[in-house]
Structure formats: structure tokens, C-alpha cells
Ligand binder design. Structure first.
Ligand code: SF4
Length: 287
């Protein structure tokens, strides 16, 4: 059984999802409503065995597995390694095991522990960087600053993980739009992940941030401002063979390419269409 709501990255759409934890142990980011209704907990071994038995009745031979919920990496290293061994034994056909990873969890583990977890079979980590700006990270209560975010990402790569990083377009509002773009490019460049994606800020009514918007304390960027922000971010980025996507349902403009190879053409296309008289968000797909 799953405890809903259940989330996974878009690229894990065809993966078997094993719900190892429920919720997020941080659960304080001001823009995130994903797990606000869940009390964080780690499922017991008995629950996980039962859960895997249930999953196997639907899918015995998955190709890929995603470990949910928010931050499975908060488990003790021994427990995580035991879990990965059990998952590999139960699903021998799985070619990839992945999970979300919070920067705080990556920072808490030693290099050696991360290597052991990688060797035990966890291959791909998704890390929500959200912003590279210290001001934005602090305002949004991410729990880490720019320096710690870079350290967390670099630690994951050093341990041998494939790393996918996300930035949220518009997270600085209109006030910190440029700073958010430039500092995010700086952090992503310093980490140099294998995958980098852009999502756009969508504020649910239940969030404190929605009150800030109503009270005029936070101003949402317009679609055109988001395009400007993306251009600034791309102009400042420096990556090596990084798969880049902005193809989430929240994005105004869909983008795809390899960075830095495709950077100039992505910027050129964004500028061209932004300046066209018929610009309408979601009209352009550069996939
Ligand atoms: S760490 Fe991730 S899942 Fe947890 S509250 Fe922040 S954005 Fe949401």
C-alpha cells in the first residue's frame, strides 16, 4: 500500500516506486506543499517486507526503481545498505535504483558512507537545489546556504552517484530575479551535475508564501520575466556534458539540450521568441 500523496521525478514515470519513508524530515521549505500533510516516519522492516510483497503482485520485474518519499538518504547508512540489498534480491531485473536526496542528508554522511551506499546499488540522486542565492535559500527556509549546497552536490558526485539537480524558476520573485538566476548558475556550475532541470514556482493557496503574495511581500514573476531569468541563468552557466531539461508541466517554455554545447542556441531561441509579437507562454517547445 502507498500512503498518498506520492511523488516522483518526471523521469521516473515508468519506475516501480518503493515507499521507504513517508513525508520529508525537513518539511519546512516555504514553497513546498508536497508533504505538508504527512508526519515524517521511516517504515519498519516488517512494513517494508509486506510493501515489497504487495508491489511484487503488480510488478515482479521492474527495469527501474525509485525509493520514496522525500529523503530516503536520512536513513542510517547500515539500514540503507540492508534495504538496498533486499531490494536487489527481490527485484533482480532492476537496472537502476534512485531516490531524492536532501542536501542536509548528504552533508551528514561521510564520504566513505556515501561510497558504501553507492556501491550497495543506489545509483541516481535527485537534489532540489531550488536556488543558488543565499537570500532566496534563507527566505525559503531550505536549511542550507549556497556553500553547503555546493558541498552536498560535490560530495554526491565524488562518491560516484549520478546527480540530477533542480532549480525553481521564479523562486526569488521579482525582487531577487537576477540574483536568483546568476547565483543559481554559479551553484549548478560548481556542482557540475549529470542532469539539470528547471521547474517553475507554483504556489498553492495553503502555503505561507501564498499569504506573502496576498500581502504584497512577495511578487510572482511574470512569464516574460521567467524567460528573462532563464536567459540570464543560461548565460552564466558553465557545465560539461550535462543533460538539461525544462519540460515539467509547470514550465512556461519547454527546453531541452546538452550544456554547455547547446547553450547559445537555447539562448538565441528564447530571445527570438520572447521578442516575437505573438509570444504566449507554453506556445514554444524547443525539445
Ligand atoms: S526538502 Fe524537499 S520535500 Fe522537503 S520541504 Fe523542502 S522541497 Fe519539500
Amino acid at each position: 500500500m502507498y500512503t498518498n500523496p506520492l511523488y516522483r521525478p518526471p523521469s521516473e514515470a515508468y519506475s516501480l516506486i518503493i515507499q521507504v519513508t513517508e513525508g520529508c524530515s525537513h518539511n519546512k521549505c516555504r514553497f513546498c506543499s508536497m508533504y505538508k500533510g504527512k508526519q515524517f516516519r521511516v517504515r519498519s522492516n516488517d512494513e517494508l517486507k509486506e510493501h515489497i510483497k504487495w508491489l511484487k503482485s503488480y510488478n515482479k520485474d521492474p527495469n527501474r526503481i525509485f525509493l520514496a518519499d522525500g529523503n530516503v538518504l536520512c536513513l542510517s547508512t547500515d539500514k540503507l545498505i540492508d534495504l538496498l540489498q533486499m531490494v536487489k534480491e527481490e527485484f533482480p531485473t532492476a537496472k537502476r535504483i534512485s531516490s531524492y536526496s536532501g542536501p542536509l542528508d548528504l552533508l551528514r554522511k561521510t564520504d566513505e558512507e556515501l561510497k558504501e551506499i553507492r556501491e550497495a546499488g543506489l545509483e541516481l540522486l535527485y537534489m532540489g537545489v531550488e536556488s543558488g542565492s543565499d537570500s532566496v535559500l534563507k527566505h525559503m527556509n531550505k536549511g542550507v546556504n549556497q556553500e553547503q549546497m555546493i558541498e552536498a552536490g560535490q560530495k554526491a558526485i565524488k562518491a560516484g552517484f549520478k546527480l540530477s539537480c533542480m532549480i525553481i524558476s521564479g523562486l526569488g520573485g521579482t525582487e531577487l530575479l537576477e540574483e536568483h538566476a546568476i547565483e543559481s548558475a554559479k551553484v549548478i556550475s560548481a556542482i557540475n551535475p549529470h542532469y539539470f532541470s528547471l521547474l517553475r514556482l507554483v504556489v498553492e493557496d495553503s502555503l505561507e508564501l501564498a499569504d506573502d503574495i496576498q500581502k504584497g511581500k512577495f511578487h510572482l514573476a511574470t512569464p516574460l520575466q521567467i524567460v528573462d531569468e532563464t536567459i540570464t541563468l543560461l548565460e552564466n552557466i558553465n557545465l560539461t556534458d550535462c543533460t538539461f531539461r525544462a519540460n515539467h508541466v509547470s514550465n512556461h517554455v519547454n527546453l531541452a539540450g546538452t550544456l554547455n554545447q547547446d547553450r547559445d542556441s537555447l539562448i538565441h531561441n528564447l530571445k527570438k521568441y520572447k521578442n516575437s509579437s505573438s509570444f504566449t507562454p507554453r506556445m514554444y517547445d524547443f525539445l
